[in-house]
Design a protein around this ligand. Structure first.
Ligand SMILES: [Mn+2]
Length: 343
């Protein structure tokens, strides 16, 4: 079955006749997006001799993700608006046209889309689209293409794909299907173990602990829900990282972290209730901004337009509590009491 998909991909990409295709993951790319982009570049180079660039918008901020791209030899290039204006043909990975979390230049041709988030209407315009929302990671999908093309991933690529699947599915624990399990164990025998250890245990900058302190002090428990407003963040993915961490608190089923970054308020929602986070974040953000995600993790953004970020965060928190059926009069219980002052 994969053979048909692979042949169709090669056919479509070849027929477009582009000398250069830009592979674009979502903004602030995570390991699944990074690995998928690198895998697609390898597939097109080995399969039909096409060399592609990989670009991205936003930043790679999480220490582990920085370590991953360092290990892979910095395959991604951050794109300026001038770079973008020169792009004609794009292949999207781990995102789709209109998802609001990528810098797809308007008017560019989308030759291919590979994603595991719910299918979007705009994806119909892509020449080739493989969107499987029953798969836990785009990395899993790209591995099946490599194998269909008889390309065995070398240790760096195997390590990246393995880490992509591992992080997107929390070690196969969340949202993983049979295909993810098979890909995970296929890759596990081929990874660079020492490199993976170094990536997963990458040292973090001081700002990480400052952000952690802000997140913990702001966190309030409302029954089975934790909300935390981090204030100004030094990087956009801090809200997601803190939401992951807070979901580990006993008895908690939902976490929403918000924080201001540049001109936006970013939010990140995590749950252990399968399949609901994507829907919830859409409803929280509503007409105020854009949101995307799936399964147990999702995120969104609201443009501040001069509003105070804490006020926008407060409105989002009110909506979240209402949507999760928490009575509005429920008092939020702090996770950490302020240290008693010296007497
Ligand atoms: Mn993904």
């Amino acid at each position: 079955m994969m053979q048909g998909w692979l042949e169709r991909l090669f056919e479509v990409v070849s027929s477009i006749g582009a000398a250069d295709i830009l592979i674009l993951p979502h903004n602030d790319p995570d390991p699944d997006a990074i690995a998928s982009a690198v895998a697609l570049r390898h597939l097109l180079a080995q399969g039909i001799g096409l060399s592609c660039r990989i670009g991205y918008g936003g930043i790679i901020g999480r220490a582990e993700n920085k370590a991953l791209v360092r290990y892979l030899g910095q395959p991604l290039q951050r794109l300026s608006s001038t770079d973008l204006s020169q792009v004609d043909v794009v292949a999207l990975v781990d995102t789709q046209p209109g998802a609001g979390n990528n810098i797809l230049p308007p008017g560019s041709t989308v030759v291919a889309v590979f994603d595991h988030h719910p299918r979007r209407e705009e994806t119909a315009a892509a020449a080739f689209a493989d969107v499987r929302s029953d798969v836990g990671a785009t990395s899993t999908m790209l591995l099946t293409y490599l194998l269909a093309a008889n390309i065995e991933p070398d240790p760096p690529l195997a390590t990246a794909l393995f880490y992509g699947i591992k992080t997107d599915t929390m070690g196969l624990g969340r949202g993983a299907g049979q295909a993810d399990v098979e890909a995970y164990f296929y890759l596990q025998r081929r990874i660079d173990i020492q490199a993976l250890v170094e990536i997963e245990h990458a040292q973090v900058p001081l700002e990480y602990f400052q952000g952690l302190d802000a997140a913990l002090h702001a966190a309030r428990i409302y029954d089975r829900v934790v909300l935390s407003y981090l204030g100004r963040m030094d990087r956009p993915d801090m809200a997601a990282e803190m939401a992951d961490l807070l979901l580990r608190l006993e008895g908690i089923r939902w976490v929403m972290c918000t924080g201001a970054y540049k001109e936006d308020l970013l939010l990140s929602v995590r749950t252990d209730e399968q399949g609901e986070a994507g829907r919830l974040v859409q409803e929280i953000v509503g007409e105020w901004g854009s949101a995307g995600g799936h399964g147990t993790m999702s995120g969104g953004q609201v443009a501040l337009r001069g509003e105070a970020p804490e006020l926008v965060a407060w409105h989002l928190e009110r909506r979240t509590l209402a949507l999760l059926n928490i009575a509005p009069e429920t008092p939020g219980r702090p996770i950490i009491d302020r240290a008693p002052s010296c007497k």
